[in-house]
Design a protein around this ligand. Structure first.
Ligand SMILES: [Zn+2]
Length: 206
């Protein structure tokens, strides 16, 4: 679980994590899950990616939960962009709660105009305005719990550029980075813990 002190703990709702898990990373195969959801890309032209891979160790404890609808939106976005030969990116909207330790939940996503290529993605300048408009429409109190982006066929990992993004914009202990490869059918989650990048397990729930 995410380490926090007593002061921080008081800030968060105390509630047990979601129980109706339909997929748990490490126990089941995400490739099979993505196939079942119909996110399949047949033609694969290999992309030469020069991004430097950050070596990570998988944390044992589960403290990251993704609502099924949000997961489907993420996979759909990454899949449709991949069909155009482009990377996808967006924000993870959710909440942070406390139960024996801190954990985060993704309820929805927000994304906007992207400048994207097979090996590159970033938000256009007007994108932030679009995103903030979308965030204004959310009626519940939310927390930005991280971001997601895709890799096209060079597998799911944190690159040194991804890590820079994480350190710059998502440096809270509950901030996650979800990296989806719709071609190799992988989805991995990472966090910055004590300035070190760690892979974390996740669960998709109903
Ligand atoms: Zn990346």
């Amino acid at each position: 679980m995410i380490k926090i002190d007593e002061e921080i703990r008081k800030k968060y709702k105390i509630q047990p994590p979601p129980q109706n898990i339909i997929f748990e990373y490490g126990k089941e195969d995400i490739e099979k899950y993505m196939q079942e959801k119909g996110f399949i890309i047949e033609s694969v032209h290999s992309i030469n990616c020069l991004e430097e891979k950050i070596e990570t160790v998988l944390q044992e404890e589960l403290d990251f939960y993704i609502k099924e609808e949000a997961c489907e939106k993420i996979l759909e976005h990454c899949h449709s962009m991949a069909l155009k030969g482009k990377e996808a990116m967006g924000f993870l909207i959710g909440d942070v709660k406390y139960w024996e330790g801190l954990y985060s939940i993704v309820y929805d996503i927000a994304t906007a105009s992207l400048d994207a290529s097979p090996v590159y993605v970033r938000f256009r300048r007007e994108a932030f305005e679009e995103i903030f408009d979308k965030l204004d429409e959310i009626s519940y109190e939310y927390v930005m719990v991280g971001w997601y982006h895709s890799h096209l066929g060079y597998s799911s990992f944190m690159s040194s550029i991804d890590l820079d993004t994480q350190k710059k914009y998502f440096n809270q202990p509950f901030h996650a980075a979800l990296v989806v490869d719709p071609i190799t059918r992988e989805m991995k989650a990472f966090r910055l813990i004590e300035n070190e990048c760690r892979e974390i397990p996740y669960a998709i729930f109903k």
